[in-house]
Design a protein around this ligand. Structure first.
Ligand code: ADP
Length: 161
């Protein structure tokens, strides 16, 4: 069984993430989308909320599981017997950061965890959770960026609607 993990903040999940999830789910038997509980960030949605949102957004893809973790990805992957991490690349600006993390994870894991990159579909290249939140906080239209139920939850957080 080929299992992979797609780790990230997913605060909240966007069509860009969902595009990566759908494509990666076709490459592996099981794709575990795992929300990182990063104490250094102040998220809009709690880890529990992000997990719930991801479960709803991926409910039609049977081989996707949703989970959360804190601490090092390599430890989480080892505990779950996973040897591949999936990450998305939007632009050259993502590349340097992602390359560094991928190389660190490979080294730290004793070459047990490799990273596979999926380049974004062009229509989602501009999309990030932070820009979606910023647009929504000013009451802007985010219907092209996130599923309808997610847009509603974001507006609720900003007391819009
Ligand atoms: P992090 O805070 O770990 O960067 P994110 O939730 O922002 O987490 O993103 C998780 C992963 O998804 C990262 O690899 C990021 O590059 C990728 N990603 C985010 N948005 C897109 C997008 N629009 N298209 C492709 N990949 C994306």
């Amino acid at each position: 069984m080929k299992r992979a993990v797609y780790p990230g903040s997913f605060d909240p999940v966007t069509f860009g993430h969902l595009d990566v999830i759908r494509r990666a789910s076709e490459m592996f038997d099981v794709l575990v989308v795992s929300v990182l509980d990063n104490k250094a960030k102040t998220p809009l949605f709690s880890v529990e909320e992000r997990v719930k949102i991801l479960k709803e957004a991926t409910k039609d893809i049977p081989n996707v599981q949703v989970d959360s973790f804190s601490g090092l990805l390599i430890n989480y992957a080892a505990k779950n017997g996973i040897h591949v991490a999936v990450r998305g690349l939007r632009a050259i600006t993502d590349f340097e950061y992602e390359l560094q993390i991928a190389q660190t994870n490979r080294k730290l894991s004793g070459e047990k965890l490799d990273t596979v990159f999926l380049t974004t579909s062009l229509e989602y290249a501009y999309l990030s959770s932070s820009s979606v939140k910023e647009i929504a906080s000013f009451g802007g239209d985010i219907s092209q960026c996130v599923p309808e139920f997610v847009a509603k939850l974001i507006y609720e957080k900003y007391h819009i609607l």
